[in-house]
Every structure is written in C-alpha cells, then in structure tokens.
Design a protein around this ligand. Structure first.
Ligand code: K7E
Ligand code: CUA
Length: 624
C-alpha cells in the first residue's frame, strides 16, 4: 500500500485519529472536519472566493466552504469557452496582448465594506487594471497600459468608497515609456511611480488620475487606510539599494528597505492646485516639491506585504528575510511626522524614524509575506519559508508582552507548502467575516494526484473561529493564484440574462423577419438571430475577399440560455448570453464550404443548430 493510500485507509477507519507526516510533513485533518466544508448537492456555498489566475490571466471563482470551482472569468487571456477574445468587442479590449499576470483582486467598497459591485484586478506584466462587473461576472474594462509604469504589481488597492484604485510600479524604467537610458544610469535615470486610478461612482469606469514620482526602489505590495488612516495609501519597496543586476544579492544588502506612506488626499489637492508636471499625459507629483504627500518608513528586510487592520490603526509589514512581522502604529506615525522625527531625507522625501513608529516586531517565523485580520484583534501571517500561518494578537500590548512578543503569538499551523498570500473574507474592510482563512500555497508537490512536471497549487481552508486554527480542507487551484478576495454570497444577485430593453447594439435582430444580409462592395453585414434551435439566416454565400460582420443576437429571455457561434476552419467562436448581441468580423481568404454551429449544448435539438457559409472564388458569386 502506498503512503497515500495508507493515509486514506486510516482516515476512513476512524474519524478522530490525527495522522502525522502524510503527504509531506503535515498533520492530516480528521475526517470529521469534512462536515464543516460539506455542502450537499443542491445546496449552495456561503461565500464566493475570487482567486487571481496569475499568468493564466484570468480570475477563478470558487465557493466557500466547499472550495468547489464554480467558474473562470477570462480577463487578460482569450478563453474559447466564453468566446472571450474572439468577438470584436472583447478582442478590442484585449488589444494585441493575449496574456496578463493577475496578482491582486480587490472588491469595490462603500463606507469601508464590500458593496458587491465590481472586482478590480491588476496585470503585473503589462501595467493594466481590469474591472469585472459582479452583475454578470464579465470583464467590462481593461485600463492600460498605465503611463510611466512597468509591472503594476502594487495594485489593486481600493479606498473606502472606491474613490481610487491604487497601483505602483514594480520595475523602474526611464520615463516616459519609450525613453532609453543605459542601465549604468539606473540610480538616476530610472524611476518608479505610485498611481491613483479614479473610479466613476456610477459606472465603475476607470481613468488614470495622477501619480507620485519615486526613485527606482521597485514597489511591491500596497494597501489603503481606513478609520484614522483613511486618506492614506501604504506600499512597500524591496530595492532601496537601487541594484540593477542580480537583484537577489544586490537588493538584499540593507537591513531595511522603505515603505511609503502616501497621503492621497493631499496628493489630490496638489493636483488641483497645479503642483505637478504632466508626463505622458498624466499629472505626476514630485513629492520633494509638495511636502506632506509622501513619507518613507524603513521596514525590515526585503519587505513584501503591507496590510492595514480593520481599525485602520495598525499596519503590518512582512519582510521576506526578517523572521518577524513589523507592526506600525498609525497614531505614532502621525506624531512622528508632527514632531519631524526624521532620520534622513531621500531625494527630498523625509524618512521617518522607524523606532518612533514601530509598535513591535512579532517573531512569527521565517519568511513572513502577507497578513490578514479577523476583526477580533488578531492577525494571520503566512511564512513562506517555515510553511506555516501564524496567528498573533494585535496591540495594545502590555509592557511585559512588549518585552517578549512571542507571548502575543497565539498559534501556528502547518500548511503545505510555501504559502504566498492568505485571505480572510473582508480583511481589508472595517468588518471582516472572521470565520474562514484560505492559505494559498505555492508548492503542491506530493498532494494532488500526480500530473507530470506541471502541477497546480494547493489552497487550504482553515477555520479561524476558535482560539486555535483548524485545518479543514485542501483543494487545488490551477496555476497560479496569488491573492484572492472572499465575498458573502448574499451581497450580490447576479442576473440570469440581459433584458431586451437593455440591448443597445445597433444591429440587434429579434425576429426572423428582421434578419438581414447587406452587402456593400466587399463588406457584408449579417444580422442573425439565434434561438433554440436554429440560426436565421443559416445558409450564406460569400466570395473570397469578403469581410463579413456577423451581428448575432441571442433572443432568449430565460436564465443562462446561452448559444455559441463557432465557424469551422476559422478563428471565430462567439458566446452569446441570453439577450445579448455580439459582433464578430472575419475576412474570408479561401474558397470552400464551411459549417458553423452552436457550440453550447442548448437544447434537445442543439446538434441541429447549424448552418453553412459557401465561399466562392472571387468573381464567381452567383446573383452578384
Ligand atoms: Cu504573489 Cu501579492 Cu504578487 Cu505575494 S505576490 S505571494
Ligand atoms: Cu444553441 Cu446549441
């Protein structure tokens, strides 16, 4: 019997035996925990889990507590299942790029809590931010490339009323984009920026608002203030050394890098007052010239995550090479600024005395990355190197505890293996849900059934309702989640179809009689109706050299009644939700007869839902 089977066997024998070292050094959960995660057929999960898809370019939706995958939302990647990137509208949104690298999803907020309207995600590869509408779970806007930015890793952080989505550039470059400077001049000629993206409160439409210019520190992770720290934005950097080769050595020299505390309300005022220079079309503030916009706070060592607790008072930073989580006090920060308790100035920006701002460094363990909060005064930090999640109590601490902060560490739990982000629902709001934690682990080796050299990641569901954490479930997520968001399911009511009245496509066709074929030289517009179980018109004649715009309307007015339009031998695959019209354009370059058919198994006679295009050699089209 293999070890793997043996573990299953024992688990089946008794629900209460706790096993050690099955599947790689981590206790297996008793089977009784499965009840906490079991959602019976026909019942629904309590929460949505929105995972970023990493360089897969999409967002995955799962349910909590079952961890069942529900759907994939394509964002920066074409996805034939949803016809995304194959029709004119979504193709235009993607542009020439067919991949992106999604790291940090962020839900929209009103009054500091999730309002269930939009999900914003960043693209670490091509400097973009996208907006998914939670009314229909579709990507509605891709903004970018954001000016002056290379690698928008520091997004997405949403302010309390979704005034802004913040981002920050990971890779410093010469500005504006397209400028060339030798890497020998990295320290002086290369720059980073922190970016504020404005969000229209009605439509969610994003537009670049302003930026703050920075040295080439390389910005990493960000979060926004709330309560007393509302109006502030926090972001870490990991290359205060200004290294530009072999960064794993060069950027790990100093004991502390900088985090930046940005007063975005003051920055917005500065822009209104004209205190900026326009670079590549966007107002860019030089913080040396506008005092009070930005401060640096040193943070140990090679920092990664920075997270603000639900009260807005405590800001927790993780340093990859520092075995503790640094807790800053926002109140102390404001006092230090007021007293001008600065240790130096870096290119005109004050560096705040870290000792004056640090409440304590909690010795969580090796490789702390990201921290989440449960709303009961506790923090949870992933440790990449130790492969654990630590739970600790936030301040206020007694003097005795401050003398030995190991005392505020309440629990540590093994996760498998190398956790990156973790997520607690609502952690970035003023009212976290505080019941579930998902640890997203980079190295799944030995956990799923083997699938060759390419394996998924593990996502482990941890119950955090008790004093100690309890591991209850493990699922697998295709490559490669970074961060996630959890949303209470009852906060949204996604639509099942689009009502006819909201269709504003100029070529919509709702009845057979209105279907049309209009030729204008080599350009042909086809207005097609899709309905169970036919296309009208279904058989069409063209000639080589024709450019055809198929405008197809799915006239169904019932929930989830989709049709597809797939054209054989051509890169045409349109997915039509009920009630919507989409256009796809194809230039016909070969004579022949090509079938098209409905790709969605829509009805008993779905297989009959088809048609042909006959493409005659040029000049041989009958009746022309
Ligand atoms: Cu993977 Cu947030 Cu891009 Cu940390 S980041 S793990
Ligand atoms: Cu419509 Cu199958």
């Amino acid at each position: 019997m293999t070890m793997h089977r043996f573990c299953h066997f024992l688990t089946a024998m008794t629900a209460t035996i706790v096993l050690a070292a099955c599947g790689g050094g981590q206790d297996a959960a008793p089977a009784s925990h499965a009840e906490r995660t079991y959602v019976a057929p026909g019942e629904m999960d309590e929460y949505y889990l929105f995972y970023s898809g990493g360089h897969g370019g999409d967002v995955r939706v799962a349910g909590i507590p079952s961890m069942r995958h529900i759907k994939t939302i394509p964002v920066f990647n074409p996805n034939a299942a949803y016809g995304y990137g194959y029709d004119d509208q979504t193709r235009a949104m993607l542009g020439d790029l067919t991949w992106g690298d999604v790291h940090h999803p962020a839900l929209s907020k009103t009054d500091g809590v999730y309002d269930g309207r939009w999900l914003f995600v960043n693209d670490n590869a091509h400097n973009r931010v996208a907006r998914i509408d939670l009314r229909d779970f579709k990507t509605k806007q891709i903004l970018g490339p954001i000016p002056n930015t290379a690698g928008n890793h520091g997004a997405s952080s949403v302010t309390d009323n979704t005034e802004y989505v913040f981002g920050a550039s990971r890779f410093a470059t010469p500005l504006p984009r397209g400028t060339v400077a030798s890497l020998d001049d990295y320290a002086d000629e290369y720059h980073g920026v922190v970016t504020a993206i404005r969000v229209d409160p009605e439509t969610g439409e994003m537009s670049p608002a302003w930026q703050v210019l920075t040295p080439a520190f390389q910005w990493d992770l960000s979060s926004t203030g709330k309560g007393p720290s509302h109006g502030w934005f926090f972001v870490t950097s990991y290359n205060s050394e200004l290294a530009h080769t072999r960064l794993e050595i060069g950027a790990s020299q100093r004991e502390r890098d900088y985090s930046a505390f940005v007063n975005w309300q003051r920055a917005a005022e500065a822009v209104e007052n004209g205190d900026f220079e326009r670079i590549d079309g966007i107002p860019v503030i030089d913080p040396a010239r506008v005092p009070g916009v930005m401060y640096y706070v040193p943070l140990a060592k090679s920092p990664h995550g920075i997270d603000v607790d639900p009260t807005g008072q405590w800001i927790v930073g993780g340093g990859k090479l520092e075995p503790s989580a640094t807790v800053f006090s926002f109140e102390k920060f404001l006092a230090a600024v007021k007293n001008q308790d600065f240790v130096e100035e870096v290119r005109g920006v004050p560096v705040v005395n870290p000792d004056a701002v640090t409440e304590g460094m909690v010795p969580v363990g090796l490789g702390p990355l990201h921290t989440q909060f449960d709303g009961r005064g506790n923090a949870y930090t992933t440790m990449f190197i130790d492969s654990k999640v630590a739970k600790f109590r936030l301040p206020p601490w007694t003097d005795q505890e401050k003398a030995d902060l190991e005392q505020v560490v309440i629990d540590r739990i093994d996760v498998h293996t190398n956790p990156g982000h973790l997520v607690v629902g609502g952690s970035d709001t003023r009212a976290p849900y505080g019941d579930w934690l998902v640890s997203m682990n980079k190295d799944a080796s030995g956990r799923p059934l083997p699938t060759g050299p390419q394996i998924p990641e593990t996502s482990q569901l941890i119950d955090i309702t008790g004093e100690r954490m309890t591991m209850v479930y493990e699922s697998f997520t295709d490559k490669e989640p970074h961060f996630a968001q959890i949303l209470r399911a009852d906060l949204i009511q996604p639509i099942g179809f689009y009502r006819r009245a909201e269709n504003n496509h100029p070529h919509q066709v709702w009845s057979e009689d209105d279907a049309f074929v209009r030729r204008n030289g080599n350009v042909v517009d086809v207005g097609m109706r899709a309905l169970r179980s036919n296309f009208v018109p279904d058989n069409l004649e063209f000639q080589v050299g024709d450019t055809v715009h198929f405008h197809i309307t799915n006239v169904e007015q019932t929930n989830a009644m989709s049709h597809g339009f797939g054209l054989s031998g051509h890169n045409v695959m349109v997915d039509l939700s009920a009630g919507e019209t989409r256009t796809v354009t194809v230039t016909l370059d070969r004579p022949g007869v090509y079938p098209f058919y409905c790709t969605v198994f829509c009805s008993a006679l779905h297989q009959e839902m088809q048609g042909y295009i006959v493409v005659y050699p040029r000049g041989q089209l009958p009746n022309n």
